[in-house]
Design a protein around this ligand. Structure first.
Ligand code: TXA
Ligand code: MG
Length: 318
């Protein structure tokens, strides 16, 4: 029996009962629970096998709820919120003392966003608490962009996936924190750096692959298929070098023929980076289920969302 359902009232009931529900957002599906329920939040960590040092994002339906969550809102945070909420921007801000430590991994800051998905906004409005929601994938696996992806990961460990169709953006939110009131980019994501800089000017980037990162989305190994994955500049050379292996290819816009390429996922025939980003994870899910020796992706143009796509592919190859 499927756990996928579009019954919002059922989701409300489960969440009010301190249990978890997978929810759609415009970025990826999240695994959601009441931020004030220790039981629900611990279940999120347990289901995902996520280490407790990795803090969660708090999801709100409106900016009016911010007073309950954060104690300080720098002017440039306001500019970014006005420009991108509801949407794929997460802001890391000073937290109110009422926010449980398990949400923030004991940090003085909390990550917040207002997602732009009609089903989840409707759900959030029916609840008396915000939802904490990390991406609904086991730790270190590919994020889900369809209800079916979540079901195949968590069919036996959660009660319900709220159906919301395919995620429009298909990459996690862009995360911005603040140091001395100046914005710092912690995670490349669904909103490009150029779009952010159009609003607040040049920003510093701390999207490094560190061992103890500010945002563990930054951990060097992350978002990985089980199949060994490569990101390469020269695809033709790679195909020749691995002549005797079965290969699944992630291509921006072109089909390449070779006897060892068993399947190709073209992310955007018209070379639209936004379209390519929205198809990336779904293509990796597909390729990962084909029992191939390797997945290879050709490096994307290093502009706009191409940077976010390359970032995720680099982490998939570790
Ligand atoms: O698009 C998204 O952001 C999705 C959807 C479901 O909203 N959520 C998501 O959550 O990607 P998750 O948990 O997979 O990634 C959240 C990232 C983690 O890398 C975490 O370390 C970082 O946000 N984060 C959370 N709180 C933080 C804080 N106080 N300071 C720095 N980073 C934080
Ligand atoms: Mg994640």
């Amino acid at each position: 029996m499927t756990i996928i359902s579009n019954n919002i009232s059922k989701a409300v009931k489960i969440l009010n009962n301190e249990d978890v529900v997978a929810i759609p957002t415009e970025t990826v599906y999240g695994l959601a629970g009441n931020i004030y329920s220790d039981k629900a939040i611990r279940k999120i960590f347990e289901v995902k096998q996520r280490p407790l040092f990795n803090p969660l994002i708090v999801h709100l339906h409106s900016a009016e709820q911010l007073d309950e969550i954060v104690s300080d809102f720098p002017p440039k945070a306001q500019l970014l919120a006005d420009a991108f909420w509801p949407g794929s921007l997460t802001l890391v801000l000073k937290k109110k003392s009422t926010i449980p430590d398990v949400i923030t991994a004991g940090k003085e800051t909390v990550a917040v966003r207002i997602p732009n998905h009609p089903v989840t906004l409707k759900l959030l409005k029916k609840l008396s608490f915000p939802l904490a929601a990390p991406s609904a994938n086991p730790f270190n696996r590919i994020s889900p962009t369809k209800a079916l992806h979540v079901e195949s990961y968590f069919k036996y460990s959660i009660q319900m996936v709220l159906e919301g169709g395919e995620c429009k953006n298909g990459l996690e939110s862009t995360i911005i924190g603040f140091e001395n009131n100046e914005p710092i980019l912690y995670r490349l994501g669904a909103i490009s750096t150029e779009e952010i800089e159009n609003v607040v000017g040049k920003i510093n980037v701390k999207n490094k692959k560190e061992k103890t990162p500010n945002a563990p989305g930054m951990l060097a190994k992350h978002y990985s298929p089980k199949t060994k994955t490569y990101l390469v500049n020269d695809i033709d050379k790679f195909i020749t070098d691995y002549e005797d292996r079965t290969i699944g290819l992630v291509s921006f816009s072109e089909a390449i023929t070779a006897s060892n390429i068993k399947h190709i996922e073209i992310l955007s025939k018209s070379r639209d980076l936004k379209e390519a980003a929205s198809n990336l994870y779904s293509s990796l899910h597909t390729l990962d289920h084909l029992g191939l020796d390797m997945i290879v992706a050709q490096r994307f143009p290093d502009i706009g969302l191409g940077k976010s796509i390359n970032d995720r592919l680099e982490r998939a190859t570790k």
